[in-house]
Design a protein around this ligand. Structure first.
Ligand SMILES: Cc1cc2nc3c(=O)[nH]c(=O)nc-3n(C[C@H](O)[C@H](O)[C@H](O)COP(=O)(O)OP(=O)(O)OC[C@H]3O[C@@H](n4cnc5c(N)ncnc54)[C@H](O)[C@@H]3O)c2cc1C
Length: 324
């Protein structure tokens, strides 16, 4: 029997994890992407596994759990750019362990003496963190090694390539908006990259304020500080005051941040939707969608990719030592 032919649109984290998952299931997969992995929104992400400003949700939980497991497995391969890091999250209200706690290994509640007085409680856990550019490159190499093809190509509409494949999977992030999804919006994000310094070990998060998520993310070669979440703001200007505010908030989570040398500031746009669109297209059943993950594109990636595979109805009995 011939192998199902799949076109995946997009080479960000959603497109690459979908393409790898479909390849592992025995499909012939081609990625069409207007921009390569290094130019995507995904490449700018802090890329820590974390349900940022997310209300409790069973579907989210299942996808995040699956992603956690796969990223932890990938962290065993140094080349993947994924590491398990110690994450400390501070909460302004004590509602007990976070609703997604069952996903994370090593979860422990901090003793009151370890928690700054302006917070009600804090939890420490192990969390997967990807150095996004390295991880995306790794996923692309994995995809090509599995026999996949990459074509640099912008499509005017996913429907225009439906005749060339059994299924087309739209993973175009905010690029899906011109395809007619008016529920898709932007949230502007600023992140800073600082030189690595031993004064900062591990990761720290306070995301109580959805407009100002604050995070410090340790990577092998640098430290990422964030962030902002400005809905529908499209200006590409990064103000000095915004940089100072991020450093100030991050230093409130981890003292060592105050002495870090900031190397550069980046700006990206999260593709926002009330819920990510991971579904079969109502008018074109061979077209599937996987986009609109907001601040959780990495956190949801492997779970969403597996849901896409399930939606195609293609059985998967293949596995890979790294991905599962
Ligand atoms: C600063 C910042 C920090 C973040 N931190 C985190 C984090 O710590 N953890 C987390 O889970 N998430 C984080 N996110 C969110 C995450 O980055 C996004 O949800 C995710 O990158 C979206 O990935 P994607 O593959 O869907 O889209 P993208 O990365 O935008 O990729 C879209 C792809 O589609 C292609 N494309 C678009 N239009 C077309 C077309 N017409 N034809 C062909 N190809 C097309 C593009 O060229 C690109 O290859 C962060 C986001 C930002 C901006």
């Amino acid at each position: 029997m011939s192998r199902p032919r799949i076109i995946v649109l997009g080479a960000g984290v959603s497109g690459l994890t979908t393409a790898v998952t479909m390849s592992l299931a025995g499909c012939d997969v081609v990625i069409y992407a207007a921009e390569g992995p290094a130019q995507t929104t995904s490449a700018l992400a802090a890329a820590i596994w974390h349900p940022f400003y997310q209300a409790p949700d069973f579907v989210y939980l299942a996808r995040a759990r699956q992603t956690y497991t796969t990223m932890r497995r990938l962290s065993a391969d140094a080349a993947s750019g994924v590491r398990m890091r110690v994450l400390t999250e501070y909460f302004r209200r004590d509602a007990g362990a976070p609703w997604w706690a069952e996903c994370a290994s090593g979860l422990e509640r901090l003793a009151p003496a370890e928690v700054p007085s302006r917070f009600a409680c804090a939890y420490r856990m192990d969390a997967p963190v990807a150095d996004a550019p390295i991880y995306l490159r790794y996923l692309m190499t994995l995809f090509l090694d599995l026999g996949g093809q990459y074509v640099h190509r912008r499509v005017s509409d996913p429907v225009s390539v439906l005749d060339d494949a059994d299924h087309v999977v739209n993973c175009c992030g905010y690029g899906s908006r011109p395809f007619g999804d008016s529920d898709l919006s932007l949230s502007r994000a600023i992140v800073l990259r600082a030189a690595r310094d031993d004064a900062v070990r591990g990761c720290f998060i306070d995301d109580a304020d959805p407009a100002s998520p604050t995070y410090v993310v340790e990577r092998d070669d640098d430290i990422v500080l964030g962030g902002t979440a400005d809905l529908d703001l499209t200006s590409t200007v990064i103000g000095e005051r915004q940089i100072e505010d991020i450093v100030r908030r991050c230093a409130g989570l981890c003292e060592g941040v105050a002495a870090l040398r900031i190397v550069e500031a980046h700006l990206g746009f999260r593709p926002m939707r009330r819920v990510p669109r991971v579904a079969r297209d109502a008018r074109h059943p061979r077209l599937l969608h996987n986009y609109g993950h907001g601040g959780g594109g990495f956190t949801l990636s492997w779970g969403c990719a597996n849901d896409v595979l399930r939606l195609t109805g293609i059985a998967s009995d293949a596995s890979h030592p790294a991905v599962g």
